[in-house]
Design a protein around this ligand. Structure first.
Ligand code: FES
Length: 509
């Protein structure tokens, strides 16, 4: 890192520092409900809000605490500009489906706006233009193609060669009238409204399986049962696969966010570049001052180099482009990408119609999570929904899905086998405080972390999902799985699924 501004020692998301969602007990008995929702992020909370408003009996459980997963770690852009996708979608799905995808995003934006108005939610909502920019000639051409797709789909926008943000660009594609907000301020009100309408919430309650016998029953880790008519899996990675083979149809990526103050006022707008490494820029307000959120450096989970380097790269970029006067927060987020880049929203399989999944948002969870909640709750309430076919998980396009499908699986196979054969001769005695290593203890691949007080923590590095080997994430002090993105604390507890069980602990003599 190139200058004197210190990086915060621990990762912490800005959103959660200023808003504390209400707390709820864990489930300690078996219950009956009409709809059970697993996962308290934007999808689960919005679905609960919508169903409770209609008088449906809803129970929501979360393996940890509400709004602390991807939703608590987002950049919170409410936009239909999900990178350069519309030209690609027209090529792969045709104009009608590409247009539907855009409409779905804009409907999500309208829904959020209307909900803010209805409940007079003070959540720092602002309308902003969104830009994809580039400094590479290759991407200038791609942006021109994307602009043609905008024209075909009637998406308001234009190509420009300068932006409100003071950085030099060769070209930028603007999408008019998108938005941003503080997601936790917004969702906290939806939780309050749903609870007023009868929602029951249980935190620290992990769903591990579903028994399906005419109706689904969720089994929790504490062996309690939730009997219901419908299950909505809004837990990021579906905990129940129903032989839908989701691990082979998605891959996880991590990306990083820093929040900094700069000498300049933020000029408005939301920005993302076209090339790699990715850079996404927006601002928010902290105690009346502009806080610049700079995100990017995405890589497949568990497959990056030392992850602290990603924060440093964002810092160096911000310092060079804008100058940093204070480095206030840093955090990371994990997202899932499907084989055709369109989320899976709908029944988990054709045989289990009333068990739903909502996943694969590819970093665009504010719009995709909202439209997922709307699409699934419409299904439960018997309303028509224009987007069900577009998002149904049972679709599979040959082009380009099959190619990606094969390469995703080859990648997982490589890590499944490669991790086990990897040779390591690191020893624990060389560890400095706040460092980790992978070594072999009694022949078993073992991860060891030494904390600031020289206390050692050993874990068996075999992931409890499907048996790949986890790697150390130095930026967040977690063990991350390269195969499907499970993440564990340094003591081995599950932070993020699909794994449901903690890593085995290893005694260190
Ligand atoms: Fe699937 Fe680890 S093997 S997440």
């Amino acid at each position: 890192m190139s200058n004197s501004v210190n990086m915060p020692q621990f990762p912490q998301a800005f959103w959660r520092d200023f808003v504390s969602p209400p707390e709820f007990p864990n489930l300690n008995e078996s219950v009956k409900t009409d709809t059970a929702i697993v996962g308290g992020g934007i999808t689960g909370v919005t679905a609960a809000y919508l169903l409770c408003k209609e008088g449906i009996n809803v129970t929501l459980i979360d393996a940890g605490s509400l709004l602390n997963g991807v939703t608590g770690h987002t950049t919170a852009k409410i936009t239909a500009q999900h990178g350069m996708i519309y030209d690609e979608f027209i090529q792969h799905f045709g104009k009608e489906k590409a247009s539907l995808y855009y409409q779905a995003c804009m409907e999500a934006k309208t829904f959020i706006e209307d909900t803010i108005k209805t409940h007079r939610i003070d959540c720092d909502y602002s309308q902003e233009d969104a830009y994809i920019f580039t400094n590479s000639q290759e991407y200038v051409y791609q942006l021109e193609k994307e602009k043609k797709a905008y024209e075909e789909l009637d998406i308001p926008g234009e190509l420009v060669n300068s932006m409100p943000l003071n950085i030099s660009v060769k070209s930028a594609l603007k999408m008019d009238n998108q938005a941003q907000f503080h997601p936790l301020k917004y969702l906290k009100v939806l939780i309050d409204e749903a609870v007023k309408n009868g929602l029951k919430i249980y935190e620290n309650t992990t769903a591990v399986d579903i028994e399906y016998n005419k109706h689904p029953t969720i089994i929790t880790r504490d062996e309690h049962r939730i009997n219901c008519n419908y299950v909505i899996q809004a837990s990021h990675y579906p905990f129940y696969d129903g032989q839908g083979f989701y691990p082979t149809r998605m891959y996880p990526e991590r990306s990083y966010i820093i929040a900094v103050k700069t000498p300049d006022k933020f000029p408005g707008g939301m920005y993302i570049n076209a090339e790699s490494p990715s850079r996404s820029i927006r601002s928010t307000s902290m105690n009346g001052e502009d806080l610049w959120l700079i995100a990017g450096e995405k890589h497949k989970t568990g497959q990056g180099e030392s992850t602290i380097k990603h924060y440093e790269a964002l810092h160096d970029y911000a310092e060079k482009q804008f100058g940093i006067s204070e480095f206030v927060y840093r955090w990371s987020a994990q997202d899932l990408t499907t084989v055709d880049k369109v989320p899976y929203i709908g029944s988990v399989t054709k045989n289990e119609e009333n068990v739903y999944v909502a996943t694969g948002y590819r970093k665009w969870g504010m719009t995709n999570g909202t439209i997922a909640a709307k699409t699934i709750t419409d299904h439960i309430l018997g309303n028509d929904n224009s987007y069900s076919n577009l998002f149904t998980p049972s679709r599979l396009k040959a082009d380009p899905s099959v190619r990606n499908f094969i390469s995703m699986n080859a990648d997982v196979a490589k890590h499944l086998i490669g991790g086990k054969l990897e040779y390591t001769n690191d020893t624990i005695k060389d560890l400095n405080p706040d460092e980790a290593t992978v070594t072999r203890i009694k022949g078993k691949r073992t991860g060891v972390y030494k904390d600031q007080d020289n206390q050692l923590y050993g874990v068996d590095t075999t992931c409890k999902h499907l048996g790949c080997e986890v790697n150390w994430n130095s930026g967040d002090r977690t063990w991350d799985c390269p195969c499907h993105g499970s993440r564990y604390s340094y003591t081995g507890e599950v932070i993020e699924g699909p794994a449901k069980e903690p890593l085995n602990k290893v005694e260190l003599e």
